[in-house]
Design a protein around this ligand. Structure first.
Ligand code: F6P
Length: 284
């Protein structure tokens, strides 16, 4: 194992252990925190708790140079050279109130942040569903684990997106979709089954398991959509592409988009390659 591989494994292991603490820490923290994150969204106490926990745990790793999160405006500089870790501590936190699925998303980059997707060495997510799972893409394969306490057990090696797509989920309000996207969505509605949970990570996971497409598109009142490139677009693009699918910002892979700002948003489309190819032609 190279240094980078072993440091990456330590980082993944630290996130897996933190996930169990995050999960337990949700109790009593499904309420808002009177603060907004750098994207102007109201934070839950759970968002702040998970961010502080991950900042402590990850910045203590010898070899992690930077920690950044969707929940804080500034990058934490750990004062050493090494890898950069960008996390969305709790993706889909508005699902907390109704006790629906949420997740933790992470990307490990070998460049200072903000970094492009092609600087990712590993990306993954934790899904707090009926059980807690972790999905990690690295070295050309995607692995799914079950997490229980401090145990991490492989349940699927070499996860690939099924050839036959079956589900779709599109975010944003329909009146705010562009005409081209609305036309494409109408076609897809006739072909696939709707799955929309309100947590990007749950909807992406469903596409990875069942095949299909998830989009949070460019909107007429928000041409960059809602999701963040550094914390959501890059890591999910990396996972889906490693699993044999495609990611896009509407014209090119999310991994090819150069970040302009740590908290920059991007239109977000992921899924089976032929569905994303069709989407790009529809948006041309
Ligand atoms: O990152 C924010 C997020 O919670 C995503 O997990 C999810 O896909 C999206 O917002 C949902 O947004 P909306 O409430 O507009 O459907």
């Amino acid at each position: 194992m190279t240094n980078v591989e072993s440091l990456t494994e330590t980082t993944v292991e630290t996130i897996a252990r933190s996930a169990s603490k995050i999960h337990q820490g949700l109790v009593g923290r499904r309420v808002t925190a009177d603060e907004e994150n750098p994207s102007g969204e109201t934070q839950f106490r759970a968002d702040v708790f998970a961010d502080e926990l991950l900042a402590d745990q990850l910045s203590a790793i010898d070899g992690v140079a930077q920690y950044a999160s969707e929940e804080r405006s500034e990058i934490v500089d750990c004062g050493i050279d090494g890898l950069s870790v960008a996390v969305d501590p709790i993706d889909g936190s508005s699902n907390l109130r109704s006790n629906n699925t949420i997740g933790t998303v992470f990307g490990i980059y070998n460049e200072p942040l903000p970094a492009p997707g092609d600087a990712l060495v590993t990306a993954g997510y934790v899904l707090y569903g009926p059980i807690t799972t972790m999905t990690v893409a690295r070295g050309g394969t995607v692995t799914e684990y079950e997490l229980s306490g401090s145990e991490r057990t492989i349940v699927r090696d070499d996860v690939t997106i099924p050839d036959e797509p079956s589900v779709y989920g599109f975010g944003g309000r329909v009146p705010n979709w562009t005409d081209d996207f609305r036309k494409y969505a109408h076609e897809i509605e006739g072909e696939l089954e709707l799955h929309y949970s309100g947590a990007m990570i749950d909807d992406v996971n469903q596409v990875l398991i069942d095949g299909g497409i998830f989009a949070y598109p460019a909107l007429t009142d928000s041409p960059e959509g809602k999701l963040r490139l550094q914390f959501e677009g890059n890591p999910i693009g990396y996972i889906i592409e490693t699993a044999g699918g495609r990611s896009s910002d509407g014209t090119r892979s999310l991994l090819e988009v150069k970040p302009t700002d740590l908290h920059a948003r991007t239109p977000f489309y992921i899924g089976n390659a032929d569905l994303i190819n069709r989407l790009e032609s529809a948006l041309e």
